[in-house]
Design a protein around this ligand. Structure first.
Ligand SMILES: O=C(O)CCC(=O)C(=O)O
Ligand SMILES: [Fe+2]
Length: 219
């Protein structure tokens, strides 16, 4: 986790020109989901999130687009691969535990099977620079993940993530070590008939501190 967090920090700290090599704008114009950048610009009045990200398909492995995968720092690709492999286990264990909570003791593979053998996993590395007018923007707007499950790796000491519950925003405390947080996605909410809820969350920027996170979005 250390290696992956420092590799992504190093990537984001490069000059824009270097990062643009992996841009999510094909030929500088056509938006595509994968690559480095920000949201698709749909109108002149759109308020963009105060963050940069790299979005990469990680699984199935044979669908990885290596051309969009940062080459610098050189540890980036291997660290991501290693983390993706470890995440599979975390995801499987959490989904099994959820099946048991749902009373499916004799079928604890239920949610794992719903994902299927060629389930997609996308890695979204998020970088939130400090913002002098943090009261005017969002690091990431309120949303819930459309996934089966998201495994979020949060860099040590990074705060700003908030979760909405009954109309109140609660801050997720930062940790003195890198932290793993699993987040139920909308597909699981549907599959479980609402037993597991997909929380609405957002990131608020800080005027002084940056934030780095990596969301491994499955399904
Ligand atoms: O930075 C974070 O912790 C949140 C990221 C997030 O919600 C996402 O990528 O879907
Ligand atoms: Fe999210």
């Amino acid at each position: 986790m250390d290696e992956l967090m420092s590799a992504s920090k190093e990537f984001f700290r490069q000059p824009l020109q270097m990062k643009r090599e992996f841009s999510n704008l094909n030929d500088g114009e056509q938006f595509r989901a994968e690559g480095y950048g920000n949201d698709k610009v749909r109108s002149k009045d759109q308020i963009l999130d105060w963050s940069d990200w790299i979005y990469l398909k990680v699984e199935p492995e044979d669908e990885r687009n290596l051309a969009l995968r940062p080459k610098h720092p050189s540890s980036f690709r291997d660290a991501l691969h290693e983390f993706a492999v470890r995440c599979r286990r975390v995801k499987r264990d959490v989904l099994r535990a959820m099946a048991r909570i749902a009373g499916l003791d004799d079928d604890d593979q239920h949610f794992v099977d719903q994902l299927g053998g060629r389930a997609t996993v996308h890695a979204r590395f998020n970088y939130y620079p400090p913002c002098p007018r943090a009261d005017l923007v969002m690091g990431i707007k309120p949303h819930s993940d459309g996934t089966v499950i998201t495994v979020l790796l949060v860099a040590r000491g990074a705060d700003g993530l908030q979760v909405l519950r009954y109309g109140v925003w609660y801050s997720v405390p930062s940790s003195s070590t890198h932290a793993l947080l699993t987040n139920v996605g909308e597909s699981t909410e549907v599959m479980s008939n609402g037993m597991f809820r997909s929380p609405v969350h957002r990131v608020v920027n800080s005027a002084e501190k940056e934030r780095i996170s990596l969301a491994m979005r499955s399904g």
